[in-house]
Design a protein around this ligand. Sequence first.
Ligand SMILES: Nc1ncnc2c1ncn2[C@@H]1O[C@H](COP(=O)(O)OP(=O)(O)O)[C@@H](O)[C@H]1O
Ligand SMILES: O=C(CO)[C@H](O)[C@H](O)COP(=O)(O)O
Length: 536
Amino acid sequence: MMPGGDQEPGSYYVGVDVGTGSVRAALVDQRGILLAFADQPIKRWEPQFNHHEQSSEDIWAACCVVTKKVVQGIDVNQIRGLGFDATCSLVVLDKQFRPLPVNHEGDSRRNIIMWLDHRAITQVHRINETKHSVLQCVGGVMSVEMQAPKLLWLKENLRETCWDKAGHFFDLPDFLSWKATGVTARSLCSLVCKWTYSAEKGWDDSFWKMIGLEDFVADNYRKIGNQVLPPGASLGNGLTPEAAKDLGLPAGIAVAAPLIDAHAGGLGVIGADVRGHGLACEGQPVTSRLAIICGTSSCHMGISKDPIFVPGVWGPYFSAMIPGFWLNEGGQSVTGKLIDHMVQGHAAFPELKAKAAARCQSVYAYLNSHLDLIKKAQPVGFLTVDLHVWPDFHGNRSPLADLTLKGMVTGLKLSQDLDDLAILYLATVQAIAFGTRLIIEAMEAAGHSISTLFLCGGLSKNPLFVQMHADITGMPVVLSQEVESVLVGAAILGACASGDFTSVQVAKNPQKENKATQRNKAAQGTEQEEHEGLAV
Ligand SMILES: Nc1ncnc2c1ncn2[C@@H]1O[C@H](COP(=O)(O)OP(=O)(O)O)[C@@H](O)[C@H]1O
Ligand SMILES: O=C(CO)[C@H](O)[C@H](O)COP(=O)(O)O
């Protein structure tokens, strides 16, 4: 946990990443090097099928634990900025900012409807039936994972216990930055990607009126955000004394307007310096890269200079990830969660667990080496010629945009031994990679030109998952030297908010960006130079 090496005393930045299953923090230096890391699991409730809830107090407490850990042993006065990213779950607070229950049981600890919650199915169908123009910017069909259907569900199902008492609805990243600073401004990233806000036109009154949430229009969007800041902007007077005490940081340090977790991962990897490796994207604009953030779910982030409308793929969202670029976000609702589900639910799982533990390996490392053992002379991918998985166990986010889809396995036999488990695991990984290929094909058909994949997130630590993505898409896959790229993205936000760097692009890689800036000056900012400025 102590900062490693013999660093020059300088400035530090803290990034906090709230994923679906855990909260992570990192201490990062001015060169973007991660010096300390800590993580902590967070609570989840599934009170009934398709209802997924969390607690904002539990999540904040976990943020405090991990932040205190990563700053142990350093002079905290050298910490200049703090950045948050989180999943796009919906946090509900009352008018005094106290948690409100989002459940029939009235349990106010559970005040978050998680992003993967599917309770608002009838609401999202009605929203999609309106065919309102805001739907064009979410791939033509709104997902049940977004906030409008969840808000409508609360109004229609928990009117007295939640809706009427609610004072503030936050996307989780914005809840965290409010908790740290007392500032209720929302990040452009959350509002544009999950709440139908337009970076150019703001809120669309007609949409909220049409879907039955005219309440927000009437009070000028106070409850869902009427002050909007770009990711990385400095919030208010920085960290409040109370939050500073909670987090073990000095009061007043800069806190950034946050990003959604996938977007922080995209920011962390999409501009990586890959020169000298002969990759297809070398010398090409940054728009030829696709960042894929693979955790509980996978998010496929592609950027463009002009808006591109891809059926079934979210966006185009302006400046929601990289300032000045449009973002398209494809996704698979469950990937890591699906692999865990398939492996843990198999009859041979207890045997696998015991054997992996005996070798001090993770179950996935064990399965990968087991596949190598049983593949004989064939490439590992051929082990599944008779076994196929359709991976939409939790609906399809992209490109089919159909939440009613279900999963499927064909080719099952009567045996259920460890070999069968390993092959089912392989078929699941292949199905997910094939899903990525379909997303890329949809993006390319609409105008993207993608040549190289940049993977990060927990699943990018699995070599089989990475290899199958390369084999099945036919594209090279780049992994960052820094495996915790999402956290680097969060710390970049803090660095930007501190004022030490002029933009998130410059904070992404100060030395090379400075060179790029000099080149830009010499060449008077040609398009190629602008791309190089990001592709550091
Ligand atoms: N070393 C690893 N090998 C294989 N899979 C891993 C590894 N580390 C994490 N994972 C998988 O990644 C997923 C979680 O990724 P993570 O990025 O931590 O998720 P989230 O951000 O959603 O909390 C889980 O499904 C887990 O099994
Ligand atoms: O929709 C999202 C991003 O736009 C969610 O935040 C994401 O899919 C959940 O992230 P993770 O799987 O990394 O926990």
